[in-house]
Design a binder for this molecule. Sequence first.
Ligand code: ZN
Length: 268
Amino acid sequence: MRDDAELTIEPRSSSETQQPSADARRDAAGEDANPPRREFKARGSFVERCDGCRLPVLNCLCPYRVTATSDAQVWLLTHPYEHNKPTNTGRLIADVLPLTQTFTWYRTAPEARLLELLADRRYVPFVVFPDDQPDYQHRVVDERAVIGAKQDGFIPVFILIDGTWRQARRIFRKSPYLDGLPVLPLHTDRLTRYRLRKPASASHLCTAEVAAELLRKTGDVTAASVLDDYFDAFNESYAASRFYHKLEKPNAAMQRLLDRRATGSTYA
Ligand SMILES: [Zn+2]
């Protein structure tokens, strides 16, 4: 595996790892199923968080929450550990694009709703994953397949595996219902702007960044820009709160989001 492979995932950071529930530990797959040997208190456990956005109240994200529409949809296949992490960025996609579907991944049984949607002929789903292994090269497509699906009247869907790199690879390999789907790698020169977890490489984009890039490359330019700005607002707000720093005025991305909220103006 290339170290600079484009990831669809967020790198692991011990500083933000939360204690999963006992159920999550039992249900989660394989190597992650072993309960931790000792209690772990996540940093920020005692920070007062907003009920709406789960960020520290010092720099709440709620004023910047806006929605957008897109031709393509995103379905998140989320590792059970990821749901409870306030630094998770998959949820930002669902905030901006209300049609986003979020599924919890379990090794033993996929969610029935996911199987139903995969069988629905209105959708053309793509598994977003690096094309760095030889055994599935015959399934690899590029953005033209997404644009083609749109032109044929279908709804393209980006299935994003939301977890650490190790979790994502396992999910990709251990989910038979994904085996027949085309694999869409993201090739981009963009570097991550994510400041809340330390990536193994700056080319490892987090989940929200991956979604924004895919939307942009396949024609959903406005949705991509809104998601990018919302991610930027999240990133900056959260990072500042870690240093107990109150942001005094919105940055450029935040201001665009406020304008969109106030006027409904588009980014076009
Ligand atoms: Zn909030």
